[in-house]
Ligand binder design. Sequence first.
Ligand code: ZN
Ligand code: ZN
Length: 383
Amino acid sequence: MPARSRAVVLREFRSPFEMESFEVPAPGEMAAIVDVEYAGICGTDVHLQNGRLPIPTPVVLGHEAVGRVAALGAGLTHDARGVPLAPGDAVSWLNNISCGRCRYCLVEQQPTLCVGSRRIYGINQRADAFPHLSGGWADSIYLQPGTVMVKLPDGVRPRDVIPLGCAGPTAVHGVLDEVEIRQGDVVVVQGSGPVGVAAAIYAQLGGAGKVIMVGGPADRLEQARRLGIAAVYIDVTDGSAAQDRAAAVRAETPDGLGADVVIECAGVPSAVAEGIDMCRPGAQYCVLGQYTDHGPTPLNPHLITRKQLRVHGSWGFSARHYITYISSLPRLIARFDLGSMLSEYPLEAADEAVTAVKAGAVMKAVLRPGPPRDVPAPEGVLA
Ligand SMILES: [Zn+2]
Ligand SMILES: [Zn+2]
Protein backbone atom coordinates (compact mmCIF):
# COMPACT_ATOMS: atom_id res chain seq x y z
CA MET A 1 0.00 0.00 0.00
CA PRO A 2 1.37 3.45 -0.89
CA ALA A 3 2.37 5.64 2.07
CA ARG A 4 1.18 8.93 0.58
CA SER A 5 -1.16 10.05 -2.14
CA ARG A 6 -1.44 13.18 -4.21
CA ALA A 7 -4.90 14.70 -4.47
CA VAL A 8 -6.47 17.56 -6.42
CA VAL A 9 -8.06 19.86 -3.85
CA LEU A 10 -10.65 22.57 -4.40
CA ARG A 11 -9.91 25.14 -1.66
CA GLU A 12 -11.64 28.21 -3.04
CA PHE A 13 -14.41 28.51 -5.61
CA ARG A 14 -13.48 30.03 -8.98
CA SER A 15 -9.77 29.46 -8.22
CA PRO A 16 -7.28 26.97 -9.65
CA PHE A 17 -7.02 23.62 -7.91
CA GLU A 18 -4.17 22.80 -5.55
CA MET A 19 -2.20 19.57 -5.65
CA GLU A 20 -1.73 18.35 -2.10
CA SER A 21 -0.21 15.26 -0.52
CA PHE A 22 -1.93 13.21 2.17
CA GLU A 23 -0.90 10.22 4.23
CA VAL A 24 -2.79 7.10 3.14
CA PRO A 25 -4.43 5.73 6.30
CA ALA A 26 -4.60 2.00 6.95
CA PRO A 27 -8.15 0.88 6.11
CA GLY A 28 -10.37 0.50 9.17
CA GLU A 29 -12.93 -2.25 9.60
CA MET A 30 -15.02 -2.72 6.40
CA ALA A 31 -13.09 0.08 4.63
CA ALA A 32 -10.74 -0.18 1.66
CA ILE A 33 -7.89 1.66 -0.03
CA VAL A 34 -8.13 1.73 -3.80
CA ASP A 35 -5.43 2.93 -6.20
CA VAL A 36 -7.30 5.09 -8.70
CA GLU A 37 -6.58 4.35 -12.37
CA TYR A 38 -9.13 6.63 -14.05
CA ALA A 39 -11.17 9.48 -12.60
CA GLY A 40 -13.74 11.23 -14.73
CA ILE A 41 -14.58 14.90 -14.99
CA CYS A 42 -18.20 15.77 -15.52
CA GLY A 43 -20.25 18.94 -15.93
CA THR A 44 -21.02 18.84 -12.21
CA ASP A 45 -17.32 19.37 -11.45
CA VAL A 46 -17.42 22.60 -13.46
CA HIS A 47 -20.41 23.75 -11.39
CA LEU A 48 -18.62 22.72 -8.18
CA GLN A 49 -15.52 24.70 -9.07
CA ASN A 50 -17.70 27.71 -9.88
CA GLY A 51 -19.39 27.49 -6.48
CA ARG A 52 -22.82 26.80 -7.98
CA LEU A 53 -23.58 23.98 -5.55
CA PRO A 54 -23.41 24.29 -1.76
CA ILE A 55 -20.42 22.10 -0.79
CA PRO A 56 -17.87 22.31 2.01
CA THR A 57 -14.25 23.19 1.17
CA PRO A 58 -11.54 22.08 1.02
CA VAL A 59 -12.66 19.01 -0.91
CA VAL A 60 -10.90 16.43 -3.06
CA LEU A 61 -13.05 16.35 -6.20
CA GLY A 62 -13.83 13.25 -8.27
CA HIS A 63 -17.20 11.51 -7.98
CA GLU A 64 -16.63 8.96 -10.76
CA ALA A 65 -13.58 6.74 -10.57
CA VAL A 66 -12.27 3.23 -10.98
CA GLY A 67 -9.14 1.50 -9.80
CA ARG A 68 -7.58 -1.49 -8.08
CA VAL A 69 -7.84 -2.65 -4.49
CA ALA A 70 -4.65 -1.79 -2.59
CA ALA A 71 -5.78 -2.94 0.86
CA LEU A 72 -8.96 -4.25 2.47
CA GLY A 73 -9.97 -3.52 6.06
CA ALA A 74 -11.00 -6.27 8.48
CA GLY A 75 -14.31 -7.87 7.56
CA LEU A 76 -14.44 -6.61 3.97
CA THR A 77 -14.24 -9.83 2.00
CA HIS A 78 -16.88 -9.53 -0.74
CA ASP A 79 -18.27 -6.88 -3.07
CA ALA A 80 -21.92 -5.75 -3.16
CA ARG A 81 -22.89 -8.70 -5.38
CA GLY A 82 -21.21 -11.27 -3.13
CA VAL A 83 -18.11 -11.71 -5.30
CA PRO A 84 -14.90 -12.30 -3.25
CA LEU A 85 -12.51 -9.34 -3.15
CA ALA A 86 -8.72 -9.40 -3.03
CA PRO A 87 -5.93 -6.85 -3.39
CA GLY A 88 -5.26 -6.16 -7.08
CA ASP A 89 -8.91 -6.59 -8.10
CA ALA A 90 -10.31 -3.96 -10.45
CA VAL A 91 -13.22 -2.30 -8.71
CA SER A 92 -15.61 0.58 -9.03
CA TRP A 93 -17.98 1.97 -6.43
CA LEU A 94 -21.22 3.85 -5.98
CA ASN A 95 -20.23 7.46 -5.33
CA ASN A 96 -22.72 8.02 -2.53
CA ILE A 97 -23.63 6.45 0.79
CA SER A 98 -27.22 7.21 1.75
CA CYS A 99 -28.11 7.44 5.43
CA GLY A 100 -30.02 4.15 5.57
CA ARG A 101 -32.32 5.54 8.27
CA CYS A 102 -34.67 8.10 6.72
CA ARG A 103 -38.14 7.54 5.24
CA TYR A 104 -36.78 7.46 1.65
CA CYS A 105 -34.03 4.97 2.50
CA LEU A 106 -36.16 2.68 4.65
CA VAL A 107 -39.78 2.96 3.56
CA GLU A 108 -40.01 4.38 0.04
CA GLN A 109 -36.94 2.46 -1.23
CA GLN A 110 -35.81 5.60 -3.08
CA PRO A 111 -32.34 6.27 -1.63
CA THR A 112 -31.67 8.92 -4.31
CA LEU A 113 -34.16 11.03 -2.34
CA CYS A 114 -32.41 10.41 1.02
CA VAL A 115 -33.06 13.32 3.39
CA GLY A 116 -30.50 12.16 5.95
CA SER A 117 -26.78 12.78 5.90
CA ARG A 118 -25.90 11.41 2.47
CA ARG A 119 -22.14 11.25 1.90
CA ILE A 120 -20.92 11.75 -1.66
CA TYR A 121 -17.33 11.06 -2.67
CA GLY A 122 -15.72 14.00 -4.43
CA ILE A 123 -18.55 16.36 -3.51
CA ASN A 124 -19.39 16.77 0.18
CA GLN A 125 -16.52 15.07 2.07
CA ARG A 126 -14.09 17.54 3.62
CA ALA A 127 -10.42 17.06 2.73
CA ASP A 128 -9.29 18.45 6.10
CA ALA A 129 -11.02 15.69 8.07
CA PHE A 130 -10.33 11.96 8.27
CA PRO A 131 -9.84 10.08 5.95
CA HIS A 132 -8.91 13.10 3.75
CA LEU A 133 -8.76 10.98 0.57
CA SER A 134 -12.49 11.03 -0.22
CA GLY A 135 -12.43 11.97 -3.88
CA GLY A 136 -11.34 10.22 -7.06
CA TRP A 137 -8.94 12.90 -8.30
CA ALA A 138 -6.13 11.34 -6.29
CA ASP A 139 -3.65 8.49 -6.49
CA SER A 140 -5.53 6.66 -3.73
CA ILE A 141 -9.03 6.85 -2.29
CA TYR A 142 -10.28 5.65 1.09
CA LEU A 143 -13.60 3.85 0.66
CA GLN A 144 -15.58 4.15 3.86
CA PRO A 145 -17.61 1.35 5.44
CA GLY A 146 -21.00 1.09 3.74
CA THR A 147 -19.64 1.90 0.28
CA VAL A 148 -21.21 -0.19 -2.48
CA MET A 149 -18.13 -1.65 -4.17
CA VAL A 150 -18.37 -3.75 -7.34
CA LYS A 151 -15.63 -5.94 -8.76
CA LEU A 152 -15.54 -5.45 -12.52
CA PRO A 153 -17.01 -8.37 -14.50
CA ASP A 154 -14.64 -10.61 -16.46
CA GLY A 155 -13.45 -8.94 -19.64
CA VAL A 156 -14.26 -5.42 -18.41
CA ARG A 157 -11.20 -3.21 -17.89
CA PRO A 158 -11.06 -0.08 -15.71
CA ARG A 159 -10.87 1.95 -18.91
CA ASP A 160 -14.29 0.61 -19.97
CA VAL A 161 -16.07 1.94 -16.89
CA ILE A 162 -15.11 5.57 -17.20
CA PRO A 163 -16.33 6.85 -20.61
CA LEU A 164 -19.90 7.07 -19.36
CA GLY A 165 -18.86 7.89 -15.78
CA CYS A 166 -21.77 9.04 -13.65
CA ALA A 167 -23.82 9.54 -16.83
CA GLY A 168 -24.11 5.74 -17.22
CA PRO A 169 -25.90 4.96 -13.95
CA THR A 170 -27.84 8.25 -14.23
CA ALA A 171 -29.24 7.03 -17.55
CA VAL A 172 -29.92 3.54 -16.17
CA HIS A 173 -32.12 5.16 -13.51
CA GLY A 174 -34.07 7.36 -15.92
CA VAL A 175 -34.29 5.13 -18.98
CA LEU A 176 -34.57 1.65 -17.49
CA ASP A 177 -36.19 2.37 -14.13
CA GLU A 178 -38.41 5.48 -14.27
CA VAL A 179 -39.50 5.09 -17.90
CA GLU A 180 -40.92 1.95 -19.44
CA ILE A 181 -39.60 1.37 -22.95
CA ARG A 182 -41.47 -1.17 -25.05
CA GLN A 183 -39.92 -3.20 -27.85
CA GLY A 184 -39.82 -1.14 -31.04
CA ASP A 185 -40.58 2.21 -29.41
CA VAL A 186 -39.42 5.43 -31.04
CA VAL A 187 -37.33 7.15 -28.36
CA VAL A 188 -36.12 10.73 -28.62
CA VAL A 189 -33.09 11.78 -26.59
CA GLN A 190 -32.69 15.54 -26.17
CA GLY A 191 -29.02 16.31 -25.62
CA SER A 192 -25.80 14.82 -26.96
CA GLY A 193 -23.49 15.16 -23.96
CA PRO A 194 -22.47 12.16 -21.85
CA VAL A 195 -25.95 11.75 -20.29
CA GLY A 196 -27.59 11.96 -23.72
CA VAL A 197 -25.16 9.41 -25.15
CA ALA A 198 -25.77 7.08 -22.18
CA ALA A 199 -29.55 7.51 -22.43
CA ALA A 200 -29.50 6.67 -26.14
CA ILE A 201 -27.39 3.58 -25.46
CA TYR A 202 -29.74 2.32 -22.73
CA ALA A 203 -32.78 3.09 -24.89
CA GLN A 204 -31.23 0.81 -27.52
CA LEU A 205 -30.35 -1.90 -25.00
CA GLY A 206 -33.86 -1.53 -23.54
CA GLY A 207 -35.53 -2.40 -26.84
CA ALA A 208 -36.14 0.88 -28.66
CA GLY A 209 -36.75 0.39 -32.37
CA LYS A 210 -35.50 3.82 -33.33
CA VAL A 211 -33.51 6.32 -31.29
CA ILE A 212 -33.53 9.95 -32.42
CA MET A 213 -30.87 12.21 -30.93
CA VAL A 214 -31.65 15.93 -30.83
CA GLY A 215 -28.52 17.80 -29.84
CA GLY A 216 -25.46 19.65 -30.98
CA PRO A 217 -23.11 21.08 -32.03
CA ALA A 218 -22.52 19.24 -35.30
CA ASP A 219 -19.12 17.77 -34.39
CA ARG A 220 -20.54 16.27 -31.21
CA LEU A 221 -23.42 14.72 -33.20
CA GLU A 222 -20.86 13.41 -35.66
CA GLN A 223 -19.00 11.73 -32.82
CA ALA A 224 -22.27 10.17 -31.62
CA ARG A 225 -22.95 9.04 -35.19
CA ARG A 226 -19.56 7.31 -35.35
CA LEU A 227 -20.44 5.48 -32.12
CA GLY A 228 -23.72 4.37 -33.67
CA ILE A 229 -25.80 5.45 -30.73
CA ALA A 230 -28.84 6.69 -32.66
CA ALA A 231 -30.57 6.21 -36.00
CA VAL A 232 -31.42 9.86 -36.64
CA TYR A 233 -29.59 13.03 -35.57
CA ILE A 234 -31.21 16.47 -35.41
CA ASP A 235 -28.95 19.48 -34.83
CA VAL A 236 -30.34 22.15 -32.48
CA THR A 237 -27.50 24.53 -33.29
CA ASP A 238 -28.17 24.89 -37.02
CA GLY A 239 -30.57 27.81 -36.65
CA SER A 240 -33.73 25.67 -36.86
CA ALA A 241 -36.80 26.56 -34.80
CA ALA A 242 -38.20 24.29 -32.06
CA GLN A 243 -41.41 23.65 -34.08
CA ASP A 244 -39.34 22.52 -37.07
CA ARG A 245 -37.41 20.06 -34.93
CA ALA A 246 -40.63 18.69 -33.44
CA ALA A 247 -42.03 18.30 -36.96
CA ALA A 248 -38.83 16.50 -38.00
CA VAL A 249 -39.29 14.09 -35.08
CA ARG A 250 -42.96 13.43 -35.96
CA ALA A 251 -41.92 12.69 -39.54
CA GLU A 252 -39.71 9.90 -38.17
CA THR A 253 -42.61 8.18 -36.36
CA PRO A 254 -44.69 5.58 -38.21
CA ASP A 255 -48.02 7.37 -37.82
CA GLY A 256 -46.62 10.89 -37.71
CA LEU A 257 -48.06 11.37 -34.22
CA GLY A 258 -44.80 11.74 -32.32
CA ALA A 259 -42.39 9.75 -30.20
CA ASP A 260 -43.38 7.04 -27.72
CA VAL A 261 -40.79 8.18 -25.20
CA VAL A 262 -38.81 11.42 -24.94
CA ILE A 263 -35.86 11.67 -22.55
CA GLU A 264 -34.58 15.15 -21.73
CA CYS A 265 -30.80 15.14 -21.22
CA ALA A 266 -30.06 18.67 -22.39
CA GLY A 267 -29.97 20.51 -19.08
CA VAL A 268 -31.52 23.54 -20.76
CA PRO A 269 -34.93 24.51 -19.32
CA SER A 270 -36.43 25.42 -22.71
CA ALA A 271 -35.81 21.84 -23.91
CA VAL A 272 -38.77 20.66 -21.81
CA ALA A 273 -41.48 22.51 -23.79
CA GLU A 274 -39.86 21.34 -27.02
CA GLY A 275 -39.69 17.74 -25.79
CA ILE A 276 -43.36 17.73 -24.76
CA ASP A 277 -44.19 18.90 -28.28
CA MET A 278 -42.35 15.84 -29.66
CA CYS A 279 -44.45 13.37 -27.63
CA ARG A 280 -47.30 11.40 -29.19
CA PRO A 281 -50.57 11.21 -27.24
CA GLY A 282 -50.07 8.71 -24.41
CA ALA A 283 -46.29 9.07 -24.48
CA GLN A 284 -43.85 9.22 -21.59
CA TYR A 285 -41.62 12.21 -20.95
CA CYS A 286 -38.64 12.00 -18.60
CA VAL A 287 -36.79 15.05 -17.28
CA LEU A 288 -33.33 13.69 -16.56
CA GLY A 289 -30.94 16.48 -17.47
CA GLN A 290 -31.94 19.37 -15.18
CA TYR A 291 -29.38 18.45 -12.52
CA THR A 292 -28.52 22.06 -11.72
CA ASP A 293 -31.21 24.69 -11.27
CA HIS A 294 -31.27 26.97 -14.30
CA GLY A 295 -34.61 28.52 -13.38
CA PRO A 296 -38.19 28.32 -14.70
CA THR A 297 -39.29 28.07 -18.30
CA PRO A 298 -42.58 28.69 -20.13
CA LEU A 299 -44.47 25.59 -21.18
CA ASN A 300 -48.03 24.76 -22.11
CA PRO A 301 -49.44 22.37 -19.47
CA HIS A 302 -52.56 21.85 -21.59
CA LEU A 303 -50.46 19.55 -23.78
CA ILE A 304 -49.69 17.30 -20.80
CA THR A 305 -53.42 16.92 -20.09
CA ARG A 306 -54.59 16.66 -23.67
CA LYS A 307 -51.92 14.13 -24.62
CA GLN A 308 -52.28 12.28 -21.29
CA LEU A 309 -48.53 12.32 -20.89
CA ARG A 310 -46.78 10.43 -18.15
CA VAL A 311 -44.09 12.82 -16.92
CA HIS A 312 -41.18 11.45 -14.91
CA GLY A 313 -38.33 13.02 -13.00
CA SER A 314 -35.11 11.16 -12.27
CA TRP A 315 -32.43 12.30 -9.85
CA GLY A 316 -28.99 10.71 -9.57
CA PHE A 317 -28.69 6.99 -8.99
CA SER A 318 -28.62 4.42 -6.23
CA ALA A 319 -26.90 1.07 -5.66
CA ARG A 320 -29.39 -0.79 -7.85
CA HIS A 321 -28.75 1.51 -10.82
CA TYR A 322 -24.99 1.42 -10.32
CA ILE A 323 -24.86 -2.37 -10.22
CA THR A 324 -27.06 -2.56 -13.33
CA TYR A 325 -24.64 -0.15 -15.02
CA ILE A 326 -21.56 -2.24 -14.18
CA SER A 327 -23.36 -5.48 -15.06
CA SER A 328 -24.37 -4.09 -18.46
CA LEU A 329 -20.80 -3.19 -19.44
CA PRO A 330 -19.89 -6.48 -21.18
CA ARG A 331 -22.86 -6.02 -23.56
CA LEU A 332 -22.26 -2.35 -23.91
CA ILE A 333 -18.55 -2.48 -24.77
CA ALA A 334 -19.17 -5.29 -27.25
CA ARG A 335 -21.48 -2.97 -29.16
CA PHE A 336 -20.12 0.56 -28.68
CA ASP A 337 -16.53 1.81 -28.91
CA LEU A 338 -16.86 4.07 -25.91
CA GLY A 339 -13.10 4.34 -25.40
CA SER A 340 -13.03 6.67 -28.40
CA MET A 341 -14.89 9.25 -26.29
CA LEU A 342 -11.98 9.67 -23.87
CA SER A 343 -9.47 12.49 -23.64
CA GLU A 344 -6.86 11.58 -21.00
CA TYR A 345 -4.99 14.04 -18.78
CA PRO A 346 -2.41 13.39 -16.04
CA LEU A 347 -3.64 14.20 -12.53
CA GLU A 348 -1.58 17.38 -12.39
CA ALA A 349 -3.43 18.74 -15.44
CA ALA A 350 -6.83 18.86 -13.71
CA ASP A 351 -7.25 22.60 -14.37
CA GLU A 352 -6.54 22.16 -18.06
CA ALA A 353 -8.96 19.23 -18.24
CA VAL A 354 -11.78 21.13 -16.52
CA THR A 355 -11.22 24.08 -18.86
CA ALA A 356 -11.65 21.71 -21.81
CA VAL A 357 -14.88 20.33 -20.32
CA LYS A 358 -16.15 23.87 -19.70
CA ALA A 359 -15.48 24.78 -23.32
CA GLY A 360 -17.24 21.66 -24.60
CA ALA A 361 -13.98 20.83 -26.38
CA VAL A 362 -13.97 17.17 -25.32
CA MET A 363 -16.62 14.46 -25.14
CA LYS A 364 -15.25 12.95 -21.95
CA ALA A 365 -12.19 14.13 -20.04
CA VAL A 366 -10.53 11.72 -17.59
CA LEU A 367 -7.65 12.11 -15.20
CA ARG A 368 -5.01 9.43 -14.87
CA PRO A 369 -3.63 9.42 -11.34
CA GLY A 370 -0.69 7.34 -10.18
CA PRO A 371 2.57 6.73 -12.01
CA PRO A 372 2.53 6.94 -15.82
CA ARG A 373 0.93 3.78 -17.17
CA ASP A 374 0.68 2.00 -20.49
CA VAL A 375 4.07 3.40 -21.46
CA PRO A 376 6.64 0.65 -22.00
CA ALA A 377 9.78 1.20 -19.92
CA PRO A 378 12.61 2.46 -22.11
CA GLU A 379 15.18 -0.22 -22.76
CA GLY A 380 18.91 0.28 -22.60
CA VAL A 381 18.68 3.77 -21.16
CA LEU A 382 21.63 4.58 -18.94
CA ALA A 383 20.81 6.06 -15.56
ZN1 ZN B 1 -21.04 13.64 -12.50
ZN1 ZN C 1 -31.68 8.36 3.94
